[in-house]
Design a protein around this ligand. Structure first.
Ligand code: SF4
Ligand code: MG
Length: 283
C-alpha cells in the first residue's frame, strides 16, 4: 500500500533483497499498528551497493550515505533526535570492508540504531568481487584462482565489540525475518541483524543454505548468556558444511549512546540559568 514507493525496481529476478524489502515493509506496518509508532518516526539509512536501493523502494524518510558510512550518519540522527527509530541497511562489502571501524564503534557505544546487513558475501553491484565474508576458495571476478583468505565471522565480531542485540536471518525464511526485524527495531540500543542474502546472479547459495540452516529458538538458547552466544556464533565459520543457526543469539540492556549527552546539556543549561540568576542578583 502506502509504504511502497513508485521508484522503479532494478534488482535481478530472484534477488534476496526482495525478501528483505517485503519483510521490512510488513514489520514497519505492524509496529506502527501494534506499538503506535507513526511511520514518520522511522528513518532508513542506506549504504552503497545493490542493497542501498531499498531505501528508495520504501516510502519512509530515508537517506543515502556514502560507501561504508551509513552507520555514523545513522548514529548522528539517533543522537540528535532520540524519538526516531533509525534503521540502517548496509552490505557486506560496504560495512565489513570499507566501513568496518564504524560498525565496531557503533556496537561499542551501544548506538541506538538497527543495523541490517544484506550479506550476500559478494560485491553484487560491481559484478562479483570477493568480500570479507566470501568463503575460503571463492572464485570471483577479481580472484579467478579462488581466494586464500578465511572469511570473518560477523556475529562473533559484534559480540566481542559490545553489541547488545545480535541475530541472524536468511532471505528464504520470511516470517522469522520479519519477527527479527521487529525485535531488533524495538530493542533499545545497538541491534545487529546479519542476513544471509541470496545473490541470484553472482553467489547463489540457496541449495546449501536450505540444507544447513536451523532456528536457534528450537534449541532453547538463553539470549542473555555471552558464552552461549559466542559458542553459537562459532558453530558455523562461513565456509564449512556444518549447520547454520538462525535467530536471536544475544540480547542485553545497557545505557545507550547519547543519553548522557542530553543529561549533560540539561545540566549545562541549568548551570547557565543559575549563573544568570546570580548575576541578576548583583544588578
Ligand atoms: Fe541482487 Fe545480486 Fe542482482 Fe545485486 S547482483 S540485484 S545482489 S541478485
Ligand atoms: Mg554484498
Amino acid at each position: 500500500g502506502d509504504l511502497i514507493s513508485p521508484a522503479e525496481n532494478t534488482w535481478c529476478p530472484g534477488c534476496g533483497n526482495f525478501s528483505i524489502e517485503h519483510m521490512m515493509k510488513s514489520a514497519l506496518a505492524e509496529l506502527s499498528e501494534s506499538e503506535g509508532i507513526g511511520l514518520e518516526k522511522f528513518v532508513l539509512v542506506g549504504g552503497i551497493g545493490c542493497h542501498g536501493k531499498l531505501v528508495d523502494y520504501l516510502n519512509v524518510n530515508s537517506y543515502y550515505a556514502i560507501h561504508g558510512r551509513a552507520i555514523p550518519l545513522a548514529t548522528g540522527i539517533a543522537v540528535a533526535n532520540p524519538d526516531l527509530r533509525v534503521i540502517c541497511f548496509v552490505g557486506d562489502g560496504d560495512t565489513y570492508a570499507e566501513g568496518l571501524g564504524h560498525l565496531i564503534f557503533a556496537a561499542k557505544r551501544n548506538a541506538d540504531i538497527t543495523v541490517i546487513v544484506h550479506d550476500n558475501r559478494v560485491y553484487g553491484l560491481t559484478t562479483g568481487q570477493y568480500t570479507p565474508t566470501s568463503p575460503y576458495g571463492f572464485k570471483g571476478r577479481s580472484t579467478p584462482g579462488g581466494i586464500t583468505e578465511r572469511p570473518i565471522n560477523p556475529l562473533e565480531l559484534m559480540l566481542v565489540s559490545g553489541a547488545t542485540f545480535i541475530s541472524r536471518g536468511y532471505t528464504k525464511r520470511l516470517k522469522p525475518l520479519k519477527e527479527t526485524f521487529k525485535e531488533a527495531i524495538l530493542h533499545k540500543g545497538f541491534s545487529f541483524v546479519e542476513i544471509l542474502q541470496i545473490c541470484a546472479t553472482y553467489f547463489n547459495r540457496t541449495d546449501c543454505y536450505n540444507e544447513q540452516v536451523y532456528a536457534v529458538a528450537d534449541e532453547g538458547l538463553g539470549t542473555a548468556s555471552f558464552d552461549q552466544a559466542l559458542a553459537k556464533s562459532r558453530e558455523w565459520d562461513y565456509t564449512s558444511k556444518t549447520r547454520i543457526p538462525l535467530g536471536t543469539f544475544y540480547r542485553r540492556e545497557m545505557p545507550v549512546f547519547g543519553e548522557k549527552f542530553q543529561e549533560f546539556s540539561r545540566r549545562e543549561k541549568r548551570r547557565e540559568e543559575a549563573v544568570r540568576d546570580l548575576l541578576e542578583g548583583y544588578r
